[in-house]
Design a protein around this ligand. Structure first.
Ligand SMILES: N[C@@H](CCC(=O)N[C@@H](CS)C(=O)NCC(=O)O)C(=O)O
Length: 227
C-alpha cells in the first residue's frame, strides 16, 4: 500500500518532470507537494536537506520511505506499484529490453549532447566568450542525436518503444519539450513533431507541464537555426 506521498519539485526541471509524469500515469495524481523557488534557494531549506542532503529536487517521500534521484524515484514507483495505473516497464522480456535500452539511451545521450554539451554552454558562457566553431560542433552532435530518435519513431510510428507509452517516453519526452522551448525547429523532424503533439495531449503531461512555461516565453532560443 502507498504511504502519504510528498514531492519537492522545481518548475521546468527535467529531473523533476520525469517522476511527476510517472506519478500521474500510475494514478497518484493529487499527491502532496511543494514547488520550490530556486531563486529563493528553497531547495537548500532545512525541510529538503533533512530528506536530501544534496539539497536537490526531486526530493520524494512515500510514507516513511525517502527516495531521491529522479531515475530512482521513477524505478521505485514502477517496481513498487507495478499493477497500479499504467504499466511503464513491460513484463515481456523482449519488450522490457527495448524499453530499458531506450530509457538509458535517452538519459545518457540527451543529457550529454543536448543539455550538458550544448545548452549548458549557452547558459554558462558569456555571449562575448562563445565560439561559433564550438557551437557548430555541439549543435551538429545534438542534431545527429535528434535524427536518431526521429529514426526510432519512424520504425514504431507511435511511442518510442512501440504502441504503448512507457518509461522510455517518460525519460525522453522532457528533453524534447525542453529542446522545443529552447528553439529547436521541430518542423524539420516530422516523426518527432507528430510524437511531440501526441504526447503533449496526454493527461499526465498536461497535468505536469511546467507552470512557468505557461506564463513566460523563454528568455532566449539558442537552438533556433541550429538544431
Ligand atoms: N541527479 C539528480 C539531479 C537533480 C538536479 O540536478 N536537480 C536540480 C534541478 S534540475 C537541482 O536541484 N539543482 C540545485 C542544486 O544542485 O543545487 C536527479 O536526477 O534527480
Amino acid at each position: 500500500m502507498a504511504g502519504e506521498m510528498f514531492l519537492y519539485w522545481g518548475s521546468g526541471s527535467i529531473p523533476c518532470w520525469k517522476p511527476m509524469i510517472v506519478l500521474e500515469e500510475k494514478g497518484f495524481g493529487g499527491y502532496k507537494n511543494k514547488l520550490v523557488s530556486f531563486s529563493n534557494k528553497e531547495h537548500k531549506g532545512e525541510d529538503v536537506l533533512k530528506l536530501n542532503p544534496r539539497g536537490q529536487v526531486p526530493t520524494f517521500k512515500d510514507g516513511d520511505i525517502v527516495v531521491n534521484e529522479s531515475n530512482a524515484v521513477c524505478d521505485y514507483l514502477e517496481s513498487s506499484y507495478k499493477d497500479k495505473g499504467a504499466q511503464l516497464i513491460p513484463s515481456d522480456k523482449a519488450q522490457r529490453a527495448r524499453v530499458l535500452q531506450r530509457m538509458h539511451e535517452a538519459n545518457n545521450n540527451m543529457q550529454q549532447k543536448l543539455m550538458l554539451d550544448l545548452l549548458y554552454y549557452f547558459f554558462q558562457t558569456k555571449e562575448e566568450d562563445r565560439k561559433e566553431e564550438e557551437i557548430a560542433k555541439k549543435s551538429e552532435a545534438a542534431k545527429e542525436e535528434m535524427n536518431r530518435w526521429e529514426g526510432y519513431l519512424g520504425e514504431t510510428k507511435s511511442f518510442l518503444a512501440g504502441n504503448d507509452f512507457t518509461m522510455a517516453d517518460v525519460y525522453f519526452f522532457p528533453y524534447l519539450a525542453f529542446a522545443v522551448r529552447m528553439g529547436m525547429d521541430i518542423e524539420k523532424y516530422p516523426n518527432l513533431k507528430a510524437y511531440y503533439e501526441k504526447v503533449c495531449g496526454r493527461p499526465s503531461i498536461k497535468a505536469t507541464w511546467p507552470p512557468h512555461w505557461k506564463e513566460e516565453p523563454p528568455k532566449f532560443s539558442p537552438l533556433q537555426g541550429r538544431v
